[in-house]
Design a protein around this ligand. Structure first.
Ligand code: C2E
Ligand code: MG
Ligand code: MG
Ligand code: MG
Length: 284
């Protein structure tokens, strides 16, 4: 009897698994279609200088305008992009699109505007990644075409290869920023071996900042050490004025978060952040 039960359980497990695989394939098929039918778009979140609160740059964030589901957040589909390998063509699209927008905004509004893109593990590790980045960015290498945000845990796995990829990106005029700093296992001491220009302190640290002296001490130490190593520091996920004050006190260089500006589509970014900037002090 128990053998029958076990058999049933296996059959049920099979069904669950098949369901999961079918859904994964659905998602993959949908994503292929999304790429072909131009359902992907980039939104932009501003970054501000911590002391002057002037615009310091923008981060491109991927969105999927799904025909049925509406606007889908990257957390819901980036894992599928990575598993299917679709992250490579999508990443290339992100870079090309962000570059096009950056060049347009520089021509129209701010000649030295910085725009950053996020690059995932699979992408950075892909054998064609640097080649593709070169093809896109080399013509603009003298003008610091794009900045690159990459999550720390990724880089440590194969550090020699990471160093050469990041060096290659730097040669193309990209500034390298370590995203979500503090959430991985690496220390700044280890990061020193990588060609890094800036770190972004993860939102979890920023939200802990005002909850006690210990969290503030940790962030303060990270910022101080980063500065000693010649890196700049961005605080991400800033949601309150109190966090702004703390980060200013701790000498953080750049701030980003819903309090100061949410991610918005390119048109909104141009009209709300860029065009108003030169003539008003709305950000002060
Ligand atoms: P990230 O690069 O760390 O980006 C910050 C995320 O936090 C964004 O979520 C942003 O909307 C959100 N955020 C910003 N300020 C605040 C705040 O004050 N409070 C809160 N609660 N959230 C805030 P989003 O756009 O959903 O992106 C999630 C992650 O997806 C990104 O984290 C990044 O790792 C990844 N991602 C986004 N676009 C791309 C892309 O084009 N390529 C790759 N490979 N990854 C991307
Ligand atoms: Mg980022
Ligand atoms: Mg981040
Ligand atoms: Mg984060």
């Amino acid at each position: 009897a128990s053998a029958i039960k076990a058999g049933q359980r296996v059959a049920e497990f099979d069904k669950v698994l098949q369901g999961r695989i079918a859904r994964a394939l659905d998602l993959e098929r949908d994503l292929r279609r999304a790429l072909e039918h131009e359902e992907l778009e980039l939104h932009y979140q501003p970054k501000f200088d911590a002391t002057t609160r002037r615009l310091a740059g923008a981060e491109a964030l991927l969105r999927w305008r799904h025909p049925r589901e509406g606007l889908v957040s990257p957390q819901d589909f980036i894992p599928a992009l990575e598993e299917s390998g679709l992250i490579v063509p999508v990443g290339a699209w992100v870079m090309a699109q962000a570059l096009r927008t950056a060049l347009h905004w520089r021509r129209t509004y701010r000649p030295a505007l910085r725009v950053a893109v996020n690059v995932s593990v699979r992408e950075l590790r892909h054998k064609d990644f640097l080649e593709e980045a070169k093809r896109l960015l080399e013509p603009f290498a003298g003008n610091q075409p794009l900045d690159i945000e990459v999550t720390e845990s990724v880089l440590m796995e194969d550090i020699t290869r990471s160093i050469s990829t990041l060096e290659g990106l730097r040669t193309l005029g990209c500034r390298i920023e370590i995203d979500d700093f503090g959430t991985g296992y690496s220390s700044l001491n280890y990061l020193v071996r990588l060609p890094i220009d800036a770190i972004k302190i993860d939102r979890s640290f920023v939200s802990a900042l005002t909850q006690g002296p210990q969290a503030a001490a940790i962030s303060g130490a990270i910022i101080e050490l980063a500065h000693a190593l010649g890196m700049r520091v961005t605080g991400e996920g800033v949601e309150t004025e109190e966090q702004v004050r703390m980060l200013q006190l701790l000498r953080c260089d750049t701030l980003q978060g819903f309090l100061l500006g949410r991610p918005m589509d390119a048109e909104a970014f141009a009209s709300q952040v860029l065009s108003g900037f030169a003539t008003s002090s709305a950000n002060d």
